[in-house]
Each structure stands twice: as C-alpha cells, then as structure tokens.
Design a protein around this ligand. Structure first.
Ligand code: ARG
Length: 587
C-alpha cells in the first residue's frame, strides 16, 4: 500500500522526461536519482548509474541529458565523471510559490485516498493512572492519524483500553468489601489527574489486600467468574469503573488536544465474545497446541537465551484468556470487520516480541494476508532527569497530568522572560499552547525508537529545535504579514524577478513539504516532519537577515517577499497542525 506514497518532484519529472528522450524505454523508467546538492539546487548521478546498461560513457550520457534539459525550466551543467548539476529557473520557482498559495492544501496530494488504516494507540488501563509511558503512544499516534488523514487515508482510531482481565475481580471484590471508599468522584467534578489517582489508590489498596490475604484471593477469583459469566451486579460495577476512568482519560486527551474521543474506545472487552471462536480455529488448524495444560503457539525462529522455545500463550492452564488471545481476536476483527489495508500498533518497543508472535500466528491462520500490512510502530522510553526511568521521588510512576502542569509552568516563565504585549485570556491561551506544544514537540522530534530525557527547561527553551521555537517562528512571520499594507498582500507575484539566494533556499525547502509529509506517512516517523519544520524556520531567519520584506527596494519585490512569508507561515501552521500542535498568531 505504501508504494503510493512515493513523491516525484518537478525536477525529477524534468530529468525523467530527458531520460525518456535519450535512453531506451526500460532504462528511462528508472529513478532519476535527484538529490539536494551543495553545488546547485540538485544533483543527479543517474548518468553514472545507467551508463553501463546504456552502453555509453557516463559523461557522454550526462551531456546528452543536459542537451535535452536545455529547453526546460531546469538548467544543468556536467561535472566530474558525469554528475548533472541541476538549477531550477527563477520564474519556475516563483510560479511554484504562486501555485501552492492558491491551493488550501498547499499542493499536497491525496495519495492514500481509497485506503483504510487502523491506528491502535494510547490504550491506557482502566483504574490505573495514565503515566508518562502513555504519553508517547498518545502523541505519536495522534500525529500519525493526522498525517494519514491529511494525505487522503480513511483512518480508524482505536483506543485499545485495558478494560478486561482478572484484575477486575480483585478490584470489584475490594469495592464490595469497602463501601466507605469514595472512588466514583463526588458531585464537584474532580480534575482528570485527581480522579484517576483516586482509582489508582483504590487499585493499590486492592492489590495490597490481594497480596496479603489468601482468602481474599479466593473471593476475588470467584468475582472474576461472576464477571465473566455476566453477573449483573458485578458487571454494573465494572461498567462504572470503565466509565469513571474513561471520563478522566478524556479530560486528559482534551487537554493534550489529541483527536481521541469516547467513540474511538474499543477496549479489550470488545473482543471477549470472539475469544472462544478464535482459539478454536487455531486449535483446529493445529497452530495452537497443548503444552502442560495451556494452549500455546510455538515458532521455529523464536527461542530464549538457553535455546528453549518461546511460546505465545493463547489460553492459560486455568482456562483463562489473556492479552495474547485478545490481540489475536482484535487483529482478526480489524482485518475482517474493519477491512483495514494497514494496521498500526503504536506501542512501546518492549512489546515487539508480542506483536511479532501475534502477527506470525495470524499469518499462519490465514487471517493476515499479503494484502494487509500489520505494523508494530515501536517507541523508546521516556527517562527522568537523571537519565534513568522516570519515577517520582518516592519511586512511584509520574502522573502525566503533573508533567503537563510542569511544562505549562515552564512556558509561563519563558513567556515572562521575553517581551510581548499579550495579556489576560489571550496570554493564558498562548501559555497553555506553548506548554502542551513543548511536551508534544519534544516527544515527536526525538527519533521514535530512541529513549529521551523529559527535561521541561529544555522543552520550553526559545532556542533550538523546540515547540516554542517553532511556534515563535510562526508568530513572528504572522506579525510581519499583519503589518503589511493590504494592497501589498493582494499584489500578484512577479515571476520575472531574479531570486536572492536566501529566497531560493527558502522556496526549495517549501517545495519539499509534500515529499516530507509522504515520507512520514510511509515511514511513520514524525521526527522527520519536525526536522523539516526546524530547517524551514532557520531558512526563514536567514531570509529575514538577507532580504528586507516590509522595507523591500520596490513594491514588486515587497509583494513577492510577502507572498513567500505567507506560504512559509501556512506551511509552518499546517506542519504544526499535523504534529497536533497549536500555532498561535501572536506570542
Ligand atoms: N494497554 C496496553 C498497555 O498499557 C497497551 C495496548 C496496546 N495495544 C494492543 N493492541 N495490544 O501496555
């Protein structure tokens, strides 16, 4: 499915067209091998790569291509053993700015139209705190959803909540025996953080009793049986637990500005009715086999450190189903019922083996075919200030809501330390946008697979590759546009004006937006978009330094530069939006 995400720039088109006139058909279809270059706008070494097959010396082939490019908007020189140095004509580049500005999608295509992607992300566990580990899946998943949707994909968001399992027997039994515990939340709506912590302490108290009292363990076990056999009272408490947790999660999602809603919740319990059937199918096909009373799937290529087989346990010895059986049923459901072409699991890298086994089993069962792509999209761990796994001073997990508070406070200080004329509610909104944006950007700008240190001071810094820096770059260019006279903004671009090198650099970057967005959609790596936006913001700064905008030498130049500012502002805003980050007009 991802082949449709390949990008083909105007320069690649030009070189391809020249290839078609010089080379035999089968060779002219090859990649024109165009890359950015220090010596010109682009360089292609296609002549070197195809010379052998074409039976021509590379330099001669390069010269033939150069001649064919002669009449186009791309001029070329040949250097070294046969490199083609490519320079795009000024008028062509201004024309591209004009075309992109006239399109509200900024020239981005819809390559994923007609395809469906399921994105499994966030997936916190009911009655537990959403902790810093859930930040990454939520933020990365949200960005991927936005990018895939923007390029035309039909995206189905799935929040695979941990809402089923034996721990609910323990919880519900504890609640039953301790009517004095107030876990439902009072009349005054508590904040998301507080409400989940109430549930979290409930969970911990239940766990303690469970670990200390064998008689309670037995009562909790009976409660699991009651839950699974559909006992109404037990189910009622379970539903309430799910509801209270989900509401608190939703408050956090809203605060984070992620697209998840309650409609996207499809927790583990959703697949409960299919587990028997799914496992029976695996047994019948001989894929799941008895091993010491449990039902397991074994894999030829998977062994532990001592060479022992590592099984996927689909049914435990006691007859209970667990995480694996649920994921098998879920995958089958997503293929058959949701009719997904691509299924993404944005889940911690430590679950790689689990997904490898689940996908492999589904392939053997014939559910997962070559027409469907199932991908584990893993990510690294968020570390605390010391570079060790994130914990509170007392060794507990750090609450996500506290981290957001800390980042917002950091943003407040950063705003206080710089000149601006914002006050009241507008200022407060900017501070919130900056703080939340800082957390998201810090997460998204780190290469997905890497661990990173959660450092609030660094995140809200106005320097470097940070969310605040990016938002600031955007607000600054909007401010310039706000100061421009109306007639200057409305004046059409004069494509005959020669380009300043800083203008050229900025336009070439703007032209690369489509390719970057497609790349993120293909490789599922948001940090590439962050890197692109950072480069764009830097090119914008260089441009300001070299080219006066409001004080440009002539009205035509001013109009052209304002158009360039406007396209950059729109690109930064759209880029930030695809990351799920707000771009205030003033900061
Ligand atoms: N609830 C799980 C956790 O917190 C993540 C679930 C991920 N999705 C899935 N289909 N297994 O670790």
């Amino acid at each position: 499915m991802t082949e449709v995400l390949a990008a083909f720039s105007p320069v690649e088109h030009a070189v391809s067209a020249a290839m078609a006139r010089v080379l035999p058909r089968e060779l002219s279809k090859r990649d024109p091998l165009v890359r950015s270059s220090e010596h010109a706008d682009f360089q292609s070494n296609v002549a070197l790569s195809l010379a052998g097959d074409a039976g021509m010396p590379p330099r001669e082939l390069a010269q033939a291509l150069q001649r064919e490019l002669g009449g186009s908007a791309v001029s070329s020189t040949v250097s070294g053993p046969g490199f083609l140095n490519l320079t795009v004509a000024d008028a062509q580049l201004w024309g591209q700015v004009e075309a992109r500005l006239a399109d509200h999608r900024l020239g981005l295509g819809l390559p994923l139209a007609g395809t469906r992607t399921v994105v499994d992300y966030s997936a916190p566990n009911i009655a537990k705190e959403m902790h810093v580990g859930h930040l990454r899946t939520t933020v990365i998943g949200d960005c991927l959803v936005r990018v895939l949707t923007f390029v035309g994909g039909d995206v189905v968001r799935q929040n695979h909540l941990g809402d089923w399992g034996t721990q609910f027997g323990m919880l519900i039994q504890y609640i039953d025996e301790h009517p004095e515990v107030q876990w439902r939340g009072g009349t005054a709506e508590p904040g998301a953080g507080e409400q989940v912590s109430v549930l979290d302490s409930l969970y911990r108290a239940a766990r303690q009793t469970f670990d200390a009292d064998p008689a309670f363990v037995e009562r909790a076990r009976l409660r699991v049986v009651a839950l699974q056999s559909g006992d109404e009272v037990t189910l009622g408490v379970w539903r309430e637990l799910v509801e209270v947790s989900t509401r608190a999660f939703q408050q956090l999602y809203d605060r984070l500005g992620v697209l998840l809603t309650e409609q996207d919740c499809a927790g583990e319990s959703t697949y409960n009715p299919f587990l028997d059937e799914v496992v029976a199918e695996l047994v019948e096909a001989g894929i799941a086999v008895d091993s010491d009373g449990a039902l397991c799937v074994f894999f030829d290529d998977l062994t532990g450190p001592e060479g022992e087989p590592v099984p996927l346990i689909v049914r435990k010895k006691d007859g209970g189903y667990g995480y694996a059986a649920t994921d098998l049923a879920t995958l089958r459901y997503r293929i058959r019922k949701l009719e997904a072409d691509r299924i993404l699991y944005v889940v911690d890298a430590r679950q790689a083996l689990h997904f490898q086994m689940v996908f492999d089993t589904a392939r053997r069962a014939g559910w997962l075919t070559d027409d469907v792509e199932a991908v584990h999209v893993p990510f690294g761990t968020v570390m605390g200030p010391g570079g060790t796994p994130f914990k509170t001073r007392s060794g507990g997990t750090v609450r996500l809501s506290e981290l957001l508070d800390a980042a917002v406070e950091g943003a407040r200080e950063a705003m206080a330390g710089k000149p601006h004329d914002l006050t009241g509610e507008v200022l407060e909104q900017v501070i919130q946008a900056a703080g939340i944006g800082a957390v998201k950007y810090a997460d998204l700008s780190t290469s997905r697979a890497k661990n990173y240190v959660f450092d609030t001071a660094q995140m809200v810094s106005l320097q470097g590759n940070t969310g605040v820096y990016m938002q600031y770059a955007h607000a600054r260019v909007r401010t310039i546009l706000g100061k421009a006279p109306k007639e200057a903004l409305e004046q059409p671009i004069d494509t005959t004006l020669p380009l300043h090198p800083a203008e050229r650099a900025l336009i070439l970057l703007l032209d690369g937006f489509d390719a970057i967005v497609r790349e993120v959609a293909r490789e599922l790596e948001p940090h590439r978009l962050c890197g692109y936006l950072f480069a764009l913001a830097k090119a914008l700064t260089d441009f300001y330094g070299a080219c006066p905008v409001l004080k440009a030498e002539t009205p035509a130049r001013r109009a052209n530069r304002l158009a360039l500012c406007r396209l950059t502002a729109e690109t930064l805003a759209l880029g930030l939006d695809l990351l799920g980050i707000q771009a205030p007009d003033r900061m």
